[in-house]
Design a protein around this ligand. Structure first.
Ligand SMILES: Cc1ncc(COP(=O)(O)O)c(C=O)c1O
Length: 312
């Protein structure tokens, strides 16, 4: 497999061809969006001829937390899902970077408000997904602060990685695109910076990295924790989790978004205010390199963050 999406999909314990991995239109996940999922990446290391899944354990732990909050149970254990994800890589002979997504959803025959344990289905697939900002190109994005408010723990908790939550992010992302921006940053109900439609936000001010707290209306991002550790341990940059005002985005020295999909995506302007001098900032650039090295299993100190797929 090279340059094309893996053809096998894992569905309810079986590997099926991509075209056969279908759901009925009456499935609860389709009708009501009652589905939780994870999104992670597997990275190919050319010199080692090895594929690494990045922070698999953390993603599975968050999947379990999403299930618990949604009162979903399945017959498949986290170990089963982990094995399915690994098998998905080997059976598809994945030898390039892919985006990998296991999901758990209420299946056919389930009612919207059903409470009793019912038909819960599982699946996992992988796709080749272009990276938004390729390392070394010096590219960045232009974002706006959205007029949409980030969902909150009081109504639709962003801590749950539920498909339905993404309608909030989609409204912001689509509006941003209509208005000529690459992406959006949402504020929470208190008017403080929350996150992007699919990523967390960091700022650099006076040499300190700032990021909203996990109680600020954000997904508890695995990349966010990774970068906090890299900033402190590899780059000696202090990190402070605190509420962030919208106008701090306008005067920050550097701003970036981060996530398994977006990795470290530099932001060059917010609401058309240039960030710093409107180019790739030095700390963002260094962090991109640190991140790239650890996800590809090139930083010995962080080898326990990556799960090798092929036996050497
Ligand atoms: C809304 C939202 N915030 C943040 C993130 C980043 O989370 P992670 O770093 O765990 O991928 C994502 C990506 O999954 C997301 O969808």
């Amino acid at each position: 497999m090279a340059g094309q999406d893996p053809t096998l999909v894992w569905m309810n314990g079986e590997f099926v061809q991509w075209d056969e991995a279908k759901l009925h239109v009456t499935t609860a996940a389709v009708r009501f969006g009652s589905r939780i999922f994870e999104g992670m990446r597997a990275y190919w290391n050319d010199s080692q001829e090895q594929l690494y899944i990045f922070k698999m354990e953390e993603h599975l732990k968050r999947l379990a937390q999403s299930m618990k909050m949604m009162r979903m149970t399945t017959d498949y254990s986290l170990d089963d899902i982990e094995k399915a994800c690994m098998d998905l890589m080997t059976k598809n002979n994945v030898r390039e970077d892919v985006h990998l997504s296991p999901s758990i959803y209420f299946g056919e025959g389930e009612a919207l408000f059903s409470y009793k344990p019912g038909t819960v289905e599982v699946g996992a697939y992988a796709v080749t997904r272009p990276r938004k900002t390729i390392l070394g190109t010096g590219k960045g994005i232009r974002v706006c602060v959205s007029s949409w408010t980030r969902i909150s723990d009081r109504d639709v908790p962003p801590r749950i990685k539920a498909a339905a939550n993404y309608q909030n992010g989609r409204l912001a992302a689509v509006q941003a695109a209509e208005d000529g921006y690459d992406d959006a940053i949402l504020l929470n109900g208190l008017g403080k910076v929350a996150e992007g439609p699919g990523a967390c936000v960091f700022l650099i001010r006076e040499g300190t990295a700032l990021t909203p707290p996990v109680t600020g209306g954000i997904l508890e991002s695995i990349t966010r924790s990774t970068l906090m550790q890299l900033l402190e341990e590899q780059m000696s940059v202090p990190v402070v989790e605190r509420e962030i005002d919208r106008t701090e985005l306008y005067i920050a020295d550097e701003v970036w978004m981060c996530g398994s999909a977006l990795e470290v995506t530099p932001i060059f302007s917010v609401d058309k205010y240039p960030v710093g001098d409107g180019k790739l900032g030095p700390l963002t650039a260094q962090l991109q390199t640190e991140y790239e090295n650890c996800v590809r299993g090139k930083t010995p100190k962080y080898l326990d963050w990556v799960l090798p797929i092929y036996s050497s």
